[in-house]
Design a protein around this ligand. Structure first.
Ligand code: ATP
Length: 325
């Protein structure tokens, strides 16, 4: 059966570059003579049958915008097999014969289940600022979020130096230290705390700071991933202040990291993956997601998601204290 109408949705946390992917899906489909339906608010839109045709013209002027024109949501109902079965029937009734899902590992799991249970062909495009999907070196939004965090920390560094203070800066990444470690390297942090960090301890952090002071450092930036097992930035800050009488401030970058215009790389990857997803669905493929390995576009089965979550390279995290000398 050749596909004539495909659906596209964004799900989970929003990530800059999602709009580039939507635009590429719609315009590549258009070029192949296929129709695209935009599904609103992720899987919730599938449950509510909240979908509308999207044309190439609807995608004008969105490439450079953060967020997602299709909105995004988390949808508990989609965890229920009977709900997914109904979604499969509704999609068929609407003539939507294949689906592109742009999101993180949760969204890919939902897409995989929908595809296998209902036979609707599905394709995944990695869209999460966490960069924590197996099978791809990059996900949409990571590069932008990284650059946003670095820009913010460069400003914090100025005031940290002026006041000779320690700053704890919390970045996103509940289960993944990818953003924290890359941010720490790129902003020259004195230390980084992240969930996969081995042998991390409060005492280790204090020893690291102390050795910096002994070498004449008066200002320090410590990057903390929000999910770090040593504790969140406020708790660590309180302890450092109390036990070590430090002049210290805590900054939680929070949702600032999600917004903003996507970097060139996030626009390029979104465009590349969006178009490739449509070409492969049109050719009858299903159950895959797109990624990047060694600079090349790669195609992975959605079952790859069961592989371990990638951790930041040890060679990179080990560099943080060395480069802070
Ligand atoms: P991010 O990494 O940015 O958080 P994500 O895609 O991992 O993105 P989740 O909130 O984990 O975000 O998942 C998004 C949605 O995917 C959920 O709200 C739910 O609708 C669906 N989903 C997640 N896990 C499953 C599952 N095991 N079965 C079915 N659907 C799921």
């Amino acid at each position: 059966m050749s596909v004539k109408r495909i659906g596209v949705l964004t799900s989970g946390g929003d990530a800059p570059g999602m709009n580039a992917a939507i635009r590429a899906v719609v315009r590549q489909a258009d070029a192949l003579g296929l129709e695209t339906y935009g599904v609103y608010r992720g899987f919730q839109g599938l449950v509510d049958q909240d979908w509308r045709p999207l044309t190439s013209r609807n995608c004008s002027n969105i490439l450079q915008r953060g967020g997602t024109i299709l909105f995004t949501a988390r949808c508990q109902a989609f965890l229920v097999p009977a709900v997914r079965a109904q979604v499969g029937r509704d999609l068929r009734d609407a003539g939507i014969e294949a689906l592109v899902v742009i999101g993180g590992d949760g969204s890919f799991t939902g897409a995989d289940l929908l595809g296998r249970e209902t036979g609707i062909p599905v394709a995944g495009i990695p869209g999460t600022i966490d960069n924590d999907l197996p099978g791809t070196d990059r996900t949409l939004g990571f590069d932008t979020a990284l650059n946003t965090a670095i820009e913010a920390i460069d400003r914090i560094r100025d005031t940290a130096s002026a006041h000779e203070r320690v700053f704890l800066v919390e970045v996103m990444g509940r289960q993944s230290g990818m953003l924290a470690v890359h941010t720490a390297i790129a902003c020259g942090a004195e230390a980084v705390l992240f969930p996969e960090g081995e042998g991390e301890s409060f005492e280790g952090l204090v020893a690291q700071l102390r050795s910096g002071w002994e070498r004449g450092k008066r200002a320090s930036i410590i990057v903390v991933a929000e999910g770090d097992k040593v504790g969140n930035a406020y708790a660590i800050g309180e302890r450092l202040r109390k036990d070590h009488n430090l002049d210290l401030r805590v900054v939680v970058l929070g949702h600032i990291q999600r917004g903003g215009s996507p970097t060139a790389l996030d626009r390029i990857h979104g465009s590349w993956w969006g178009a490739e997803a449509v070409r492969r669905l049109a050719a009858g493929e299903s159950g895959f997601f797109l990624g990047l390995k060694a600079g090349e576009l790669v195609v992975q089965p959605l079952s790859r998601l069961r592989d371990p979550r990638p951790a930041p390279p040890r060679t990179l995290s080990d560099l943080v204290p060395i480069l802070a000398r």
